[in-house]
Design a protein around this ligand. Sequence first.
Ligand SMILES: [Zn+2]
Length: 247
Amino acid sequence: MTTIKRGKWRHASTWRDQVRTFVREVSPHKMDHVPVYPFLDSELPEAFQCEVGTEAYTNGVLDLALREHIDPWKGRGFGVVVAAEARSCPERLMSSVSHELAHFADLTVIAGRNGFLDLLANDPVRMSPAVRGCASKGIEAIHASVSRDRTETVPWAHHGLIFIWLCCHLEYRVWEWADIVQPHLGFAGPFYGLSPTDIYLRAAGTAPRDMMNSSLLEIAATPPPDAITELFARDCEVWHAAHPERH
Ligand SMILES: [Zn+2]
């Protein structure tokens, strides 16, 4: 990985190309090589706008749902919708994209287990009826389909242990490879009912450096160190004790 030029994304000419180059910089592994489709929410139908206070979002089938807005189509990939606010500063935009990239890798592994998303199915005709159904029904169906994931019982749905584990790696890579001095992936802390991100990064120890040659999908499939697993379990316990109605 020493051949990667730090911060190459800054030299891309459009913000979309900056996002694509950035994703390649922080996840340069063959296993993660899927097309990247960045969308600006104001250019999309109302159903696809970011919610107020949300700078970006993704899900496992955004590429299919927004298929008609993609030209050229390069096959199944990582679709990410960003709000104008996220584009106010390139570093802020890339931090938001990194957060969504962690969701995408997490969802992909969950989907692989459930047979929901087939990233190798580049031909829409070959996609499973479930995926085709979601793509045609729009964003609500997509949200419903991906909500059955393993993070439902945590303080914030979809922001579970594997997502956090991926973010620890990405935060390191964003700093080390993409040359963003203070990335803010926003993956833990009081907002999520969890200990601060620094505590999670410390619990990750040297793993982000040790696994620099691992793809995001390999990381997602690798059990996190006990320190993170135990920290997260403790945080969840505290949160559940404070929110008995959410059991
Ligand atoms: Zn999130």
